[in-house]
Design a protein around this ligand. Sequence first.
Ligand code: BEZ
Length: 254
Amino acid sequence: YYSNPTFPVTNSWTTSPVTTVEVVSVTPCPSLLDSTMVNLGDVFPNFTAESTKGTIHLHEYLGDKWGILFSHPADYTPVCTTELGRVAKLTPEFTKRNCKLMAVSCDNVEDHHGWIKDIQAYNNLDGNFPFPIIADEKRELAVQLGMVDPDEKTASGLPLTARAVFVIGPDKKLKLSILYPATTGRNFDEILRVVDSLQLTAHKKVATPADWKQGSSCMVVPNISKEQAKQMFPQHKVHQVPSGKEYIRTTPQP
Ligand code: BEZ
């Protein structure tokens, strides 16, 4: 933007103004990299988008369920083909956890339908593909959700999405986000594990330690007093450490 819309123009031989140009308006060109991140605890944008299962109005689509939106760089790419196959196979596990799934990539619905046939063939899947793939040809969601990968572009130079995962709670707020580059495929057992942790810790005053798995011991959260901990977690154990601070308190999973 120019702070003074009327400014002198000089040529390369002289510093004297040769003419005067009035800038009537300057339309900022939104950069595809000028993304805004959704922060943990924010209400997830209630976008409307086309998908392989029709138009999705996000909040309506989720209803009172948990939601998982995961992005892909592009259709007909090898890592994405393995990822979507893996999620399709794990769909019953996500359903058990009350989660609705959505994938998104920067191609159109027709391409998605064609690609689904490859995904199913390569991953030995048949029947209906279990969740929608959203079409984000214009990169509107990619920009809105901060998913653009600056290192990955189409042959014509258009940016592609990174591998993002967003877990949205039944209150429509963002509970977790993960961002991988296009060259690193995700581990969807880990996504199931984090959903288990998010759902447990949404209701119980515990946190889950490194490599925790459903059913194993948990940590009493730091803001629970000694007295509260005794009442809430009668079997909890305080671990003695050199600092003498009694902050490591384990309990069987409530
Ligand atoms: C893939 O899905 O295989 C892929 C996509 C973009 C860049 C690198 C790999």
